[in-house]
Design a protein around this ligand. Structure first.
Ligand code: DX5
Ligand code: ZN
Length: 215
């Protein structure tokens, strides 16, 4: 079984609060918050004020995925009482070690994400300090894309490293996942599965959530 983090990028923004509340009442583990700046990725989503407007109704901790350049400039703004993870992109940081330290000092758990073209070994020197690794299974920027199975050996790599070295990070995977293919990432060793379109567009959201988790 895996945990699930529905991405609110796929919610109905015209009724965001209600849609998020609906999903939180269906046995989810985290709310995945996709922050995009139009520079690191070719799309703009929403900022910290939108996320904070959910604080009153959010029924699950935030897992914030920052797809922005210079994340150190903004990460504090995304830390509220509901924030568990702040995840930055390896490719967006000049000194990933310093940014990990910054996130910890700011009071959140530190996640690091790698894009499909980035080799998993780039994080080797930092694994002991990382709380969550986010393996992208699509190019970041948009929901509703096709799952890339090149993510599977990366999940396996981080699971093996954790077993061998006794690290304790969580392995998360993001992009193109639904009930039809979630078993692939669960079998590879993913602990947390992000799903946007599959969950929010499902005819039966509860059934889709259960199926993705492998319940
Ligand atoms: C893509 C985002 C994903 C996206 C997932 O850049 O990081 O979290 O919302 O959406 P689906 O599940 O529709 O691929
Ligand atoms: Zn994401």
């Amino acid at each position: 079984m895996a945990k699930i983090a529905p991405s609110i990028l796929a919610a109905d923004f015209a009724r965001l609060g209600e849609d998020v509340k609906d999903i939180c009442d269906r046995g989810i583990d985290y709310l995945h918050i996709d922050v995009m700046d139009g520079v690191f990725v070719p799309n703009i989503s929403f900022g910290a004020d939108v996320m904070k407007s959910l604080d009153r109704t959010a029924g699950a901790p935030y897992d914030v995925h920052m797809m922005i350049i210079e994340p150190d400039r903004y990460l504090e703004k995304f830390i509220t009482d509901n924030t568990e993870f702040i995840t930055v992109h390896y490719e967006a940081c000049d000194d990933i070690g310093k940014t990990i330290e910054h996130i910890h000092k700011a009071g959140a758990k530190a996640g690091v994400s790698i894009k499909p073209g980035t080799a998993p070994e780039v994080l080797d020197d930092y694994l002991k300090d990382i709380d969550l690794i986010l393996v992208m299974s699509v190019e970041p920027g948009f929901g509703g894309q096709k799952f890339m199975d090149s993510s599977l050996p990366k999940i396996e790599y981080y699971k093996k490293k954790r077993d061998e070295m006794g690290y304790d990070y969580v392995i998360e995977v993001d992009g193109g996942i639904g009930s039809g293919n979630a078993h692939l990432v669960r079998d590879a060793g993913a602990d947390v599965i992000v799903a946007g379109s599959a969950v929010f567009r499902a005819a039966d959201r509860s059934a889709e959530i259960k199926a993705i988790k492998g319940e």
